[in-house]
Design a protein around this ligand. Structure first.
Ligand SMILES: NC(=O)c1ccc[n+]([C@@H]2O[C@H](COP(=O)([O-])OP(=O)(O)OC[C@H]3O[C@@H](n4cnc5c(N)ncnc54)[C@H](O)[C@@H]3O)[C@@H](O)[C@H]2O)c1
Length: 281
């Protein structure tokens, strides 16, 4: 799919992978609608992108609310007269499998899964009607294999990968010019392990728990050893332009994780966890 003079909507566009992808899409000639829950970060991102020559607007909102995602589409149509790509990218990390309050699981699932569902429900009918469009859903290596300390995150990312595969097959059955990609990165240098900044106030005490602190410390060290977000942005653009489903920025780790699960299912030993191996391509 072309990006020149098309309009791309990016959720979680004020930071990390979303923001890096905004720069890349702007370079390829796309109009941009950035959505994010953080108003100040969003304003700063829009202003820097405009200084760089991008045609971009920002719309503050929460991806877990369908009306906020609808507002992104309305803004795209009002400002640019169309919408051609939805990058369902906003996400948060929290929650070991043992001892995490249900309210924290719910928050992770709402942002990471409902955010993707809302993006699909709002944008895919429009893409089908115009017979042009592309959906990119941000999963993770944590959506290809279970990781200790991250039960809620893994649950949400397995869901995103499953939804993306289902959508791929449904689009294939309709023989349409609408595509979908599943982005499954390993560690990327972003603020994902500072996700607590966007937690609802009533959940924020979770961040003081020893489990949360340990996860955030371990996770921060791993993302700092990870790849730069602009490498991910280039891979996302390549997948859109060339209609690729899997976006595996850490291909060796993705294939090893999947092969180990297969061997595990066939009866050999359980998959081993290699966080270091998930930092580099
Ligand atoms: N960084 C990594 O190592 C890594 C690895 C695999 C997958 N991912 C995924 O990449 C995606 C982007 O995260 P990132 O790494 O760039 O982190 P980030 O924290 O830098 O960016 C995430 C953005 O999402 C926004 N956001 C959070 N909750 C929101 C909500 N309810 N509604 C709208 N916006 C919201 C944040 O304000 C932030 O701007 C996430 O889905 C994450 O799970 C990240």
């Amino acid at each position: 799919m072309e990006l020149q003079n098309r309009t791309a909507v990016i959720t979680g566009g004020a930071s990390g992978i979303g923001l890096a992808t905004a720069y890349k899409f702007a370079e390829l000639g796309a109009n941009l609608v950035l959505g994010d829950i953080e108003q100040a970060a969003l304003d700063a991102a829009v202003s820097r992108l405009r200084d760089n020559g991008a045609k971009v607007i920002g719309v503050q909102g929460d991806v877990s609310k369908e009306e906020d995602v609808q507002a992104l589409k309305d803004a795209a149509l009002d400002e640019f007269g169309g919408a051609h790509l939805i990058f369902n990218n906003a996400g948060v990390a929290a929650g070991p499998t043992i001892g995490t309050a249900k309210s924290v699981w719910d928050w992770v699932m709402k942002v990471n899964v409902d955010g993707v569902i809302n993006g699909i429900n709002v944008f895919v009918p429009h893409f089908l009607e115009q017979n042009e469009g592309h959906v990119v859903n941000t999963g993770s290596l944590a959506g290809l294999g279970g990781v200790p300390g991250m039960g809620a995150y893994c649950a949400s990312k397995f869901a995103v990968v499953g939804i993306s595969e289902s959508l791929f097959h449904e689009l294939g059955m309709r023989n349409t010019n609408v595509g979908v990609s599943a982005l499954c990165p390993g560690f990327v240098k972003t603020r994902i392990f500072e996700s607590g900044r966007n937690m609802p106030n009533e959940l924020k005490s979770y961040n003081e728990s020893p489990d949360a602190k340990m996860l955030n410390d371990l996770g921060s060290a791993a993302v700092n050893a990870g790849i730069d977000a602009d490498i991910v942005a280039n891979a996302v653009a390549d997948a859109v332009l060339n209609k690729k489903f899997w976006i595996l920025t850490h291909e060796r780790a993705a294939l090893r994780t999947t092969e180990q699960r297969l061997e595990w299912m066939r009866g050999s030993g359980a998959a081993t966890i290699n966080l270091e191996g998930a930092t580099q391509p």
